[in-house]
Design a protein. Structure first.
Length: 87
């Protein structure tokens, strides 16, 4: 099981258009609405990618393994930017 959390000092802000803005001292990233929904699900599941994937897959009526792969890709990208850390 992979779990992630925001890196120290990362601020988050939901925008009216459904985008999510993640800001650290050195970066600002704008996440599309799908990535924002993934972020919210991850926060609701304490960073548990498996749990968040299962809930979103059911809501979006999609394959849980495909969604889990997408969430891992998102988490990996945000980790490489220093906005998330794996726990």
């Amino acid at each position: 099981m992979m779990a992630i959390r925001p890196a120290h000092g990362v601020a988050q802000r939901m925008l009216p258009d459904g985008h999510l803005e993640l800001v650290s001292s050195s970066r600002r990233v704008d996440c599309e609405p799908v990535a924002a929904a993934m972020w919210i699900a991850l926060k609701q599941h304490n960073g548990d990618i498996d749990g968040a994937s299962a809930v979103l897959a059911e809501l979006w009526e999609t394959d849980v393994e495909d969604l889990r792969y997408d969430m891992i890709a998102l988490a990996g990208s945000l980790c490489s930017l220093g906005l998330l850390t794996e726990v």
